[in-house]
Structures are given as structure tokens and as C-alpha cells.
Write a protein that binds this ligand. Structure first.
Ligand SMILES: [Cu+2]
Length: 142
């Protein structure tokens, strides 16, 4: 094979990889994969996603998304996200809040988060905008 054929081959390979990534299931726009979801109403579904499709023990980036029944973004202007673990025996209640920042997509927030231990965490979400309220979603850190 000459150089030109090699380059064309490489370009085709990269295009196929990009296509494969775009088609993989449950991936969000950001390339993150869903680990928890809650349908609050016909007009609102809340989705939590992460790099490996799971909530991890430790420092990580996550995504909090608000969409309607057809998967379109819902205009949420402000949101908070806290992960709570109730007291267990001698261990006090734990709260790990995500530091949220807005993205180019309305209703989609990026979150910086440090989960202190593996186990069951209750994601506490509050939101204001086209829809306002608060809810909880069960999650598990692995
Ligand atoms: Cu704990």
C-alpha cells in the first residue's frame, strides 16, 4: 500500500469510529451514558449520566439533563443536585453536592462531584424554569 491509500484507510476508519460512538445506546449529547433516570411527569424526565454509565466512588464529572416526553430539552434555568446517604449505624448522614454549571443546551447541566463511598445514594434534585420542583432519584455508587 502506498501512503495515499494508507491515509484514505485511516480517514475511513476514523469516520467509522465516530459513527459507532454516535450510535451506541443511551449515550447523551456529551458522550456520557445514563446511570439513572426518573419520569417526573409527561412533560419532564430527569436523567443522570456519567463517563462510564455509572455513578462512581470518587471525583467525577456527571451530567444532569431535563427533557420532555419526546426527549427534547426542557428550559430549566437553575438546578441543584445533592447526593445523600442516610445515617447507617455509627456512620453519620453524608451529603455530597455536585457543583453544577450550565451548558450550551438549556436544561442540561454539567456537574463536578466527589462521592465519598460506594453504596446507595439518594440524588436530591431541585429545578426552576419551564418546570419547577424537587424530587429524588435512587442511585448506587460503584
Ligand atoms: Cu455512608
Amino acid at each position: 500500500m502506498n501512503k495515499a491509500t494508507n491515509i484514505i484507510g485511516l480517514v475511513i476508519l476514523l469516520a467509522l469510529i465516530a459513527l459507532g460512538a454516535a450510535c451506541s445506546g443511551a449515550a447523551t449529547e456529551s458522550g456520557m451514558k445514563v446511570f439513572a433516570t426518573k419520569k417526573v411527569s409527561d412533560n419532564l424526565t430527569i436523567t443522570l449520566s456519567g463517563e462510564d454509565g455509572k455513578l462512581k466512588n470518587g471525583q467525577q464529572e456527571i451530567m444532569l439533563s431535563f427533557t420532555d416526553g419526546s426527549g427534547k430539552p426542557v428550559e430549566i434555568k437553575a438546578a441543584t443536585l445533592n447526593f445523600n446517604m442516610p445515617a447507617m449505624g455509627s456512620m453519620a448522614e453524608m451529603n455530597n453536592a455536585a457543583e453544577l454549571t450550565t451548558t450550551g443546551t438549556p436544561g442540561q447541566f454539567k456537574g463536578n462531584l466527589n462521592i465519598e463511598m460506594k453504596g446507595d445514594w439518594i440524588a436530591q434534585v431541585s429545578y426552576e424554569g419551564a418546570e419547577s420542583g424537587k424530587t429524588t432519584i435512587s442511585t448506587k455508587a460503584q
